[in-house]
Design a protein around this ligand. Sequence first.
Ligand SMILES: [Mg+2]
Length: 283
Amino acid sequence: MSNAIASVDHDVLLFDLDGVVYVGPNAVPGAVEAISAAVLRGVRCCFVTNNASRTAEEVALHLRELGIPATAEDVVTSSQAGAGLVAERVDAGDVLAVGGRGVWEALRERGFRPVPAFDDSTVAVMQGYGPDVGWRDLAEATFAIRAGLPWIATNLDMTFPTPRGMAPGNGALVGAVAAAAGRSPDAVAGKPEPALLLEAIRRTGAVRPLMIGDRLDTDIAAGGRLGIPTLLVMTGVCDEAGLASAEGHEVPTFVANHLGCIESGGPLPLHEPGRWQTTKEGR
Ligand SMILES: [Mg+2]
C-alpha cells in the first residue's frame, strides 16, 4: 500500500481536543509524546475546540499541565471564531454575551464590549456554553433577537460528556432560544461549520493543514467541507461501525488507532473504506 503523504508534509496540524488529546482531565495515552515530537520537528500544532466556555489561555494551561508545549496563540476556540463572525456583521459596540468566560474574553479580544443584558446600545448577540447560563440570559437573548439583532452561536453541539453522563450542550440552549425567537442563529462558528478551522488557518498562516479529530460529523466533516485532508483517530467517540457507514465529507483521508502515527513524521495510514478491520494492526 502506498502512503505517499506524511504528517511532516503538513505545515500545520489542527487538533481537536476532547477524545484526541485528552478525555476529561487526562491525556489520551501517547498523545503528549506524539504532539511533542511534532513540535520538536518544527511542525506547528494548533488546537481547535468547539468548547466555548474556556479562554484560549485556560485551554493552553490545561495542555501545558499535561506536558504539551502550548501557548494561548496555539489555541483557537469557537468563541474566538464566533467573535470573528460578529465582526463580519457589526463594526463595534455592545454585544450581548451569553456564555462563560471564553465568550466574554473572545468578544473583548475583537474590540467589542460584552454586556449581560439587551438595551438600545446592543448591536449583536453571541451565544456559547457556560455552566452558569440561566433563564435570564436566554430571555435577554430572545428579546435582542426578536428586536432584529444578528445572532451568532459558537457551536451547536447538543450534548457534551460529564462525569455523571451526557449534559445539555450549547446546541440545546440555542434550541431553546430559537423556539422562543422563532428563528435560527444567523451563523455558527464551531465544527462542522467552517469558521473555526478558517480562523485557525488564518491565525497560523497554514498552507497545507491536516485536520485531526475523533468525530466524523464535526471534525472530519469540517475538514472535508473545506477540502482539507483529515486524520481520524479512534481514541474518542467513533467506532468501527460508525467509520464503515461514513459518507461524503465525513469520510476521512487517513485513519489511525491513535496519534502515534504522527510521532515519527512518516507516512500516514490512508483510509481504505471497508478495510479498516483487516488493516488496522500496527496503526
Ligand atoms: Mg473530539
